[in-house]
Design a protein around this ligand. Structure first.
Ligand SMILES: CC(C)(COP(=O)(O)OP(=O)(O)OC[C@H]1O[C@@H](n2cnc3c(N)ncnc32)[C@H](O)[C@@H]1OP(=O)(O)O)[C@@H](O)C(=O)NCCC(=O)NCCS
Length: 192
């Protein structure tokens, strides 16, 4: 699959490149990225170099579609659809600490979800039947973002997440179907 560039009001989403290595390396030092995503710990520059190479290969193979989130040309975060190939996929994301809390992630991920559900004909999207979200139980910021996107909370998967350190965590799971009303729903694990 050829890499796709997406645009929103404030952001451009495009394939990560070698020019992003420094910014990815810096962002992945953040304790929350390390705690809540599957990035290696400790995170070295070589991991960022390997990641941009793999991201290009994943686009080629159609197994994962990964975008660098760019604001005024600066890398603000990463968002992607993972575990593709069965007609569904899993949404994943992180934002650099200095880019958080301004709705950039929600804006970027909404464009990704829309593209994932758009018909595959004419390379407009992937025509997915379901997009899933999983997070370490207790990751409130990620859960609020998923809820804002319209995801419905589906439950807790005990010890389902395996971190690169070997640590296991309970996971919250949520899902979104193409026909779902995207109005944020009540999540029993989120107050307010
Ligand atoms: C999760 C993450 C990507 C959210 O990024 P962000 O830029 O803050 O997201 P947005 O500004 O688009 O806000 C999305 C929602 O999260 C909420 N939020 C953001 N930071 C929050 C925090 N620290 N605590 C509680 N809620 C928070 C916002 O209020 C918003 O919810 P609302 O629409 O109900 O008000 C970011 O915190 C992050 O990178 N965390 C570390 C990596 C991670 O957890 N990735 C997800 C793995 S599943």
């Amino acid at each position: 699959m050829r890499p796709v560039t997406l645009h929103t009001d404030r952001l451009e989403l495009s394939v990560p490149t070698a020019g992003d290595v420094d910014a990815i390396f810096a962002a992945c030092q953040d304790p929350e990225v390390q705690r809540y995503t599957t990035v290696p710990t400790p995170y070295r520059r070589a991991h960022a170099e390997g990641f941009v190479e793999k991201a290009a290969a994943w686009w080629d193979a159609g197994t994962e579609t990964t975008w660098a989130v760019r604001r005024d040309g600066m890398l603000s975060g990463m968002v992607g659809l993972h575990r593709l190939g069965r007609g569904d996929g899993e949404l994943g994301y992180w934002m650099a600490p200095d880019a958080r809390g301004r709705g950039f992630l929600t804006e970027a991920a909404r464009a990704v979800v829309d593209w994932g559900f758009s018909p595959a004909e004419g390379e407009r999207g992937l025509g997915l039947a379901r997009i899933e979200w999983r997070a370490v139980a207790g990751n409130i910021a990620s859960a609020r973002a998923a809820r804002a996107l319209g995801f419905r909370y589906e439950g807790l998967l005990r010890q389902a997440l395996l971190h690169s350190s070997g640590r296991r965590d309970d996971a919250w799971i949520a899902g979104l179907l193409p026909g779902d009303d995207r109005t944020p729903q009540e999540w029993p694990v989120l107050a307010g």
